[in-house]
Design a binder for this molecule. Structure first.
Ligand code: GLN
Length: 306
C-alpha cells in the first residue's frame, strides 16, 4: 500500500476530527480566551528535513499559555543545569495543573516544571537573570521560529486580574523558600509569558530542536545538548499533559505539551514536530479536537515513540 503524503494525511485528519467539535469548551477562567471561536482548527507539520505543511487556521496566532513552559524550562536548564532540579521535581503530578494541596503536602516543591507551581518556580529562576522573563521567552521562541513574536497584553491582563489561585501557589512557595522573588512579581511575569501569541506554523518551527537532537534547522544553531533534548522529551512524555498524560500517551504515543489556549505541540523524535490548535478543551485543559487530530495523525503516519 502506498504511504500517504503529509498533505493527504492532514486532509484526512481534518475530516476525521469533525465529529469532535462542540464536545469541549474554550478556557473561561481567563475571560479574554472565552471569546475565541470554538470552531477554529489549524495544524502545522514541520519536518527535520525542512518540509512544512499546514491546514486550516495554522497561521492564526493563538495564546500559547502553558506551551511556553517548555521554552522557559529550556532556558533555565541551559543556564543553570541540574540546579533547576533542587527546586522542582520530575514526576507526573496526577493532579490538575493549578492544584494546591499536593504542593502544601510536599513542602512547597512542585512535582514537575509544567504544572503551574513548577513553571512559577522556573519563572522565579529566570528573574535572577532578567527583570523581564516574558520578553526573554518571547525572544527565544521568536529566534527559534525566525519570526518576531508578540505578547498579547490583553490576555496577560485578563489572566492577571483572575490569578488568585496562581498567587496562592506563589505565596505558598515563597513561604517554603522555593521561590525567592516577590510572589506578585513572579505571577505577573508568568501571566505575561503565558500570553505569548504564536501560530501552529511558528510553534512547529520553534520546537524543531526537540525533534532534531537539539539542533534548530530554522535558526541553524545547536540549542540544547543532545542529552538535554532527550530529557526534555521525557518530561513532555510524562508530565506534558498534566493529569491526563497517561490517556494521552495511550491515544497519541508522542511527547507533547498542551496549553489552555487550545494548542498542543507533539514531537516525533528524529522526524518532525506537529502542532495543532483548536480552542475547545476537555476537563483537564487539553484541546479535544487537538487530541483527536494528533491521535489520527499518529495512526495514519505510524509515528509513535511507543
Ligand atoms: N496561564 C495558565 C494558568 O496559569 C496556563 C495553564 C495551561 O495552559 N495549562 O492557568
Amino acid at each position: 500500500m502506498k504511504a500517504l503524503s503529509i498533505p493527504d494525511v492532514l486532509a484526512e485528519v481534518a475530516v476525521l476530527v469533525r465529529p469532535h467539535f462542540g464536545k469541549g469548551r474554550p478556557a473561561d477562567y481567563i475571560p479574554e480566551l472565552a471569546d475565541v471561536p470554538g470552531g477554529k482548527f489549524g495544524m502545522a507539520v514541520r519536518t527535520v528535513a525542512g518540509e512544512e505543511h499546514v491546514i486550516g487556521d495554522a497561521d492564526e496566532p493563538f495564546s500559547a499559555q502553558s506551551i511556553t513552559k517548555v521554552f522557559s524550562l529550556g532556558l533555565a536548564l541551559n543556564r543553570m543545569g541540574d540546579e533547576v532540579w533542587t527546586r522542582v521535581g520530575k514526576e507526573p503530578s496526577g493532579t490538575p495543573f493549578n492544584h494546591l494541596a499536593l504542593l502544601e503536602a510536599e513542602r512547597g516543591v512542585p512535582r514537575n516544571p509544567f504544572i503551574n507551581a513548577g513553571a512559577l518556580a522556573v519563572t522565579d529562576m529566570l528573574l535572577d537573570w532578567t527583570a523581564d522573563p516574558a520578553a526573554l521567552v518571547r525572544d527565544f521562541a521568536g529566534f527559534l521560529s525566525d519570526q518576531a513574536l508578540v505578547i498579547d497584553e490583553a490576555v496577560a491582563a485578563s489572566e492577571l486580574a483572575h490569578a488568585h489561585q496562581n498567587r496562592a501557589i506563589a505565596n505558598l512557595m515563597r513561604g517554603h523558600g522555593t521561590i525567592t522573588h516577590d510572589p506578585l512579581d513572579v505571577v505577573a511575569a508568568y501571566c505575561r509569558q503565558c500570553a505569548l501569541s504564536m501560530s501552529c506554523r511558528q510553534m512547529s518551527r520553534a520546537f524543531l530542536p526537540l525533534a532534531a537532537g537539539g539542533f534548530s534547522p530554522v535558526a541553524q544553531e545547536t540549542i540544547f545538548p543532545d542529552r538535554l533534548t532527550r530529557r526534555l522529551n521525557a518530561l513532555l512524555m510524562t508530565c506534558g499533559i498534566y493529569d491526563s498524560v497517561g490517556s494521552f500517551a495511550y491515544r497519541v504515543g508522542l511527547p507533547a505539551k498542551s496549553g489552555v489556549g487550545g494548542g498542543i505541540v507533539a514531537v516525533v523524535p528524529g522526524k518532525a514536530v506537529v502542532t495543532v490548535w483548536s480552542p475547545e478543551l476537555d476537563r483537564f485543559g487539553t484541546s479535544v479536537v487537538g487530541t483527536a487530530a494528533l491521535e489520527a495523525f499518529a495512526q495514519l503516519t505510524s509515528c509513535s515513540v511507543l
